[in-house]
Design a protein around this ligand. Structure first.
Ligand code: NDP
Ligand SMILES: N[C@@H](CC=O)C(=O)O
Length: 428
């Protein structure tokens, strides 16, 4: 039984979890993969840093090439994050015939095709289950379990940090900045948390999921992105009154071979299963033509859930090594990419307006919707107790994005409209 040597690039939140699982589950890992797995070198930035796991100082190095050029190492597990250095090390590892496991969605969303091409050229495995939704096995599900189906929609809460923040704001009325600090302390947030709160982390994950689900090479620039920082307590309170929770959703849809992908705060009807996904939990809803509706739920970030996916990938690599095969997750060929136009993207919408509180205003507002063919599901109006204006909350029926943009442009130009406070997509 040949021992498999692993070089670990990074010993932060996720790397620590990988060391723990490899140590604690050694017997099971060997019996499932056919080989003992040993971490023989670990790259860190600062060897003198205090760590919440004890590892032999001999294992640590701050020189990446000690790991990547080590001929004894069979597999590189990249959990250091960042793009340029991680990419350089992974490509250098592949060049030397090393198999790769990574949690790096930033890298896979931007450079996945180049990395997969190098892996194919060198006959190596590249697995990245942990890159999307932490502990949920969604990548395997899309590439393996649904290979027989035609997926039409992937919709999910794929960022744990923002879901943690929105849950605390909704349930406890907590302050945004305070909860973000808590998410950072718990190891959920990215090194630069703006990528969580501005929606880019979710956009990278949706790039990966839609590429795999629609078998189409989706680029990060194809994803329309909106983050959570503009969500107010008022929006959350109104949503609740009307039976909605505000969630940051990644939404990828396919219709007549055309696709659209977005990340945006969304009012989700409380009866929809995504509305009750709280805290750091993630969930991904997948609709396939044959299978119908499915949903996958679990911890989307954090040390051990994420490490579970990494070590499962490691087992897959080792199994393949022992069988003498490679099992890259990718495609022989991709479908042609056709993006939906704004006229083809339709959804229900929630709009909160502050308007002058006088006769005829509501009629003027509804007239604008009628002009652009947007039909309304409900309209609520009531005076604001503090300020001399009225609040109007409108829920539309399905309306296309182009028409909605024209409606909003009209509102911007109307004297009776003091401000367009918020606009959300509505699901459920
Ligand atoms: N945290 C999570 O819940 C999840 C994270 N991920 C992804 O996993 C990856 C790792 O995340 P996480 O563990 O949270 O990150 P951390 O910041 O906690 O850890 C990063 C580790 O990499 C080391 N490192 C970083 N840059 C360098 C460098 N230039 N040279 C040498 N070592 C370096 C750090 O060294 P040192 O310790 O000395 O500072 C640290 O050990 C990221 O790609 C992230 O997006 C994916 C899913 C969930
Ligand atoms: N920062 C990310 C970590 C996992 O990918 C998140 O909060 O989901």
């Amino acid at each position: 039984m040949k021992k498999i040597n692993v070089g670990l690039l990074g010993l932060g939140t996720v790397g620590t979890g990988v060391v723990r699982i490899v140590e604690n589950h050694q017997h099971d890992l060997t019996s499932q993969s056919g080989s003992p797995i040993e971490i023989v070198k670990i790259l860190v930035q600062d060897k003198s840093k205090a760590r919440n796991i004890s590892v032999s100082p001999d294992l640590l190095t701050d020189n990446p090439w000690d790991v990547v050029e080590n001929p004894e190492i069979d597999v590189l597990v990249e959990v250091m994050g960042g793009i340029e250095l991680a990419k350089e090390l992974i490509l250098a590892g592949l060049e030397r015939g090393k198999h790769i496991v990574t949690a790096n969605k930033d890298l896979m969303a931007l450079h996945g095709p180049e990395i997969m091409a190098k892996a194919a050229e060198k006959g190596c495995d590249v697995f990245y289950e942990a890159a999307v939704a932490g502990g949920i096995p969604i990548i395997r599900t899309l590439t393996d379990s649904f290979s027989s189906d035609r997926i039409t929609k992937i919709m999910g809460i794929v960022n744990g940090t923002t879901n943690f923040i929105l849950t605390k704001m909704s349930q406890e009325g907590a302050d945004y900045a305070e909860v973000l600090k808590e998410a950072q302390a718990l190891g959920y947030a990215e090194a630069n948390p703006t990528s969580d709160v501005e929606g880019f982390d979710a956009a990278r994950k949706m790039t990966i999921l839609s590429t795999l689900g629609f078998r189409t090479e989706v680029a990060l620039g194809d994803v329309a992105v909106k983050g959570i920082f503009q969500i107010s307590k008022e929006d959350i309170a109104y949503g609740k009154r009307l039976g909605y929770e505000v969630k940051l959703l990644g939404i990828a849809e396919r219709e007549d071979e055309h696709i659209s992908i977005s990340v945006q705060p969304t009012m989700v009807k409380k009866s929809h299963p995504l509305a009750s996904v709280n805290g750091v939990f993630n969930a991904v809803y997948v609709h396939g033509e044959a299978v119908g509706e499915t949903m996958f739920y679990g911890a989307g970030a954090g040390e051990l859930p994420t490490a579970t996916s990494i070590v499962a990938d490691l087992v897959a690599v080792v199994r393949n090594l022992n069988l003498g095969i490679v099992g890259r997750r990718g495609f022989v060929s991709y479908n042609e990419k056709k993006l939906k136009s704004d006229e083809q993207i339709a959804s229900k919408n929630f709009i909160l307006l502050h308007v002058e509180d006088k006769a005829g205003v509501l009629a003027q507002i509804t007239q604008v919707f009628a002009e652009y063919g947007v039909s309304l599901e409900s309209v609520l109006q009531h005076p604001n107790a503090v300020n001399p204006f009225a609040e109007i909350i409108i829920i539309t029926h399905d309306a296309n994005k182009a028409a909605m943009n024209q409606v909003l442009e009209q509102f911007e130009a109307m004297d009776v409209v003091q401000s367009i406070k918020s606009v959300y997509r509505v699901e459920g």
